[in-house]
Design a protein around this ligand. Structure first.
Ligand code: GRF
Length: 204
C-alpha cells in the first residue's frame, strides 16, 4: 500500500471534523502520498457529507435503516472496492462493523477514539474520562478489529486535564489533538514501515 497514490476511503456519520482535518492535511502537503477516493456516510444529513461535496470529493450515502448489518456492510464494501480504496478511515462512524467487513480489509481499517484506550471505550469517552477524574486524557488511532475500540494501537496523543476544565473544554482539547493524530497515523501506516507483533504496533 505504500507509494505515492494511496486511496483513502472515509466513513463518517456526523460532523466530520476529523475528515476535514485529513482533507486539509492532504491539500497542504502535510499528509503526502494519498488522496481521498470516497467519503461514505450512513446518515444523509451528516454535515461531513456537505464538507465532502464542497471539496468536490466523491461521496455516497448508504443508509442502514431496516437492513441487516451484513447487507449494509456489503454495500459499503462494494462502494469502497469500486473506488479502489487502499485504507479505510472511520471518522466518527457511529456503527459497529460486521466481522465480514473487518475481514475484508485486514489491518486496513483505522479508527480514532477520543480516549487513551483501553480506558473509556464506547460512547461519550471524554465525559466518561472527565467524570472518572483522570488527570491526563487523549486520543487513540487504532486498527479496527472485531471488538469495539479494541484493535492494535497505531498512535496515541495525551492531553492534560486542567483545573477549571469541564467535559466540554476537555473534549475540545482532545479534538485538537485528534486532528493531528489521525493524519500522523495514516502516514505511519501508508509508509509500510511497521509490523504488528501480537497487540503491539512496532515501527520498523
Ligand atoms: C471524534 O471525537 C472521534 O474521536 C470519535 O467521534 C468523533 C467524531 O468527530 N470517533 P468528527 O465527526 O470527526 O468531528
Amino acid at each position: 500500500m505504500s507509494g505515492s497514490n494511496a486511496r483513502l476511503g472515509i466513513l463518517l456519520s456526523g460532523r466530520g471534523s476529523n475528515f476535514v482535518a485529513i482533507a486539509e492535511n492532504i491539500a497542504t502537503g502535510t499528509l503526502p502520498g494519498c488522496a481521498i477516493a470516497v467519503v461514505i456516510s450512513n446518515k444523509a444529513d451528516a454535515p461531513g457529507l456537505d464538507a465532502a461535496r464542497a471539496r468536490g470529493l466523491n461521496s455516497a450515502v448508504i443508509e442502514a435503516r431496516g437492513r441487516k448489518r451484513v447487507e449494509h456492510d456489503a454495500e459499503i464494501i462494494a462502494c469502497l472496492r469500486e473506488h479502489s480504496v487502499d485504507l479505510i478511515c472511520l471518522a466518527g462512524y457511529m456503527r459497529l462493523l460486521s466481522a465480514e467487513f473487518v475481514r475484508a480489509f485486514p489491518n486496513r481499517i483505522l479508527n480514532i477514539h477520543p480516549s487513551l484506550l483501553p480506558a473509556f471505550p464506547g460512547l461519550d469517552a471524554q465525559e466518561q474520562a472527565f467524570a472518572y477524574g483522570v488527570q491526563v486524557a487523549g486520543c487513540t488511532v487504532h486498527f479496527v478489529d472485531e471488538q469495539l475500540d479494541h484493535g492494535v494501537i497505531v498512535l496515541q496523543k495525551v492531553v492534560p486535564v486542567l483545573p477549571g476544565d469541564d467535559a466540554h473544554a476537555l473534549s475540545a482539547r482532545i479534538l485538537e489533538q485528534e486532528h493531528i493524530a489521525y493524519s500522523e497515523a495514516i502516514a505511519r501506516v501508508l509508509s509500510g514501515k511497521y509490523r504488528v507483533a501480537g497487540r503491539r504496533y512496532v515501527n520498523a
